[in-house]
Design a binder for this molecule. Structure first.
Ligand SMILES: [Fe+2]
Length: 190
C-alpha cells in the first residue's frame, strides 16, 4: 500500500492534534500496522511448522509472540482511527506495505526458525524505535507512548529469541578469535 493519498486519508474529527501532523502519523501507523500483521503471521508460521528436540517450548513461545503482536495490531489500528485516519488492516494491505522480508517457507529446525524470527524482530524493533522519535517530534506523545510500550516488549522478545542463539554465536566468535591469533603468530615470527 504505497499510495499515500489512500493511507493518509483523514475523517473529520474534533481531536486537537493538527491535521498536518495527523496525516504523517497515520501514514507511519499504517506502515506499523502492515509490519505487525506480517510479523504476527510469520510467528504463527513458525509456531505451526517448527520441528526438532526443542519443538514444544518453541511451539509455545512462537504462539505467545503471535498473541502479543495480535494485541499490538488492534492497538495500532485503533490509534489510527482515533486520529481520524483509515486503518488498512487486511492481509493484502499488510503484504504490499510491510517492511519485513518474506518468511522462509522451507525451514524446519528450531534454530532456523529462531534465527529467522530474530532477524525480523530486529528490523521491526528498529522501525518501532524510530517511530517513537518521529511521533515525539510531531508532538503526539500518546502515539509515542504507544510505540514505547510496543518497543519495550519487542526488545524483551528479541532477547528471548536471541538467548537461544547466543551460546553458539559466542563460541563461534571465540573460535574466530583464536583462529586469527594462531594465523597471526607465524606471520609475526617472519
Ligand atoms: Fe496453535
Amino acid at each position: 500500500m504505497s499510495d499515500n493519498s489512500i493511507t493518509s486519508r483523514l475523517y473529520p474529527t474534533r481531536i486537537d492534534i493538527p491535521a498536518e501532523a495527523r496525516v504523517q502519523i497515520v501514514v507511519l501507523l499504517n506502515q506499523t500496522l502492515a509490519a505487525t500483521s506480517d510479523l504476527k503471521t510469520q510467528a504463527k508460521q513458525a509456531h505451526w511448522n517448527v520441528k526438532g528436540t526443542d519443538f514444544y517450548q518453541l511451539h509455545l513461545l512462537f504462539d505467545e509472540l503471535a498473541g502479543e503482536l495480535e494485541e499490538f495490531i488492534d492497538l495500532v489500528a485503533e490509534r489510527i482511527t482515533a486520529l481520524g485516519g483509515y486503518a488498512f488492516g487486511t492481509v493484502r494491505a499488510a503484504a504490499s506495505n510491510s517492511i519485513l522480508p518474506e518468511y522462509p517457507l522451507d525451514i524446519l529446525d528450531g534454530k532456523d526458525h529462531v534465527t529467522a524470527l530474530s532477524d525480523r524482530f530486529a528490523i521491526y524493533a528498529k522501525h518501532i524505535r524510530e517511530a517513537i522519535a518521529k511521533t515525539d517530534d510531531l508532538d503526539d506523545l500518546d502515539t509515542a507512548d504507544l510505540y514505547t510500550e510496543v518497543s519495550r516488549t519487542i526488545d524483551k522478545r528479541l532477547w528471548f529469541l536471541e538467548a537461544h542463539l547466543q551460546v553458539a554465536e559466542i563460541k563461534e566468535e571465540n573460535g574466530k578469535t583464536s583462529t586469527t591469533k594462531t594465523q597471526k603468530t607465524p606471520a609475526a615470527v617472519k
